[in-house]
Design a protein around this ligand. Sequence first.
Ligand code: MG
Length: 166
Amino acid sequence: MADDKKMDLTEETARRWLKERGVKIQDIADLVYFLQQQYHKNLKIEDCLENVERVILKREVQNAIITGIQLDMLAEKGMLEEPLQSIIKTDESLYGVDEVLAFSIVNVYGSIGFTNYGYIDKQKPGILRRLNDKSTGECHTFLDDIVGAIAAAASSRLAHRAAHVE
Ligand code: MG
């Protein structure tokens, strides 16, 4: 019972924080569509949404979401200790722990997720462009990688499923 309650709180927090930080499930589904449309002739946005939902149901994904967003929020409020405060607030490029945390998400549906993640991280379409806009005063050092990773994992899941159907 206590465990069930704790699980609910983790999932609920992950979903609420994504929303509060300006990321809709639909935004992530759009990234999946961007990644997969050339490979699946009749790809529907509903299929992308369904796969994003499945990824977010995974406990390790929820844990990565709440850990990353928590650090972003604390950095935004100036509440971390130095040197971490400056590193995360300025999104220092050699830090790299934001990407390592995102890999725990990319991993959940096998290694093709890494290709998708690398590609989307370079292109920065849709919501990723906004999350990388440093002029807003918001801090999304972890969130941009998390969102890209969820899209990459959902793309992998979609690709694996399609392979089984064909
Ligand atoms: Mg980052």
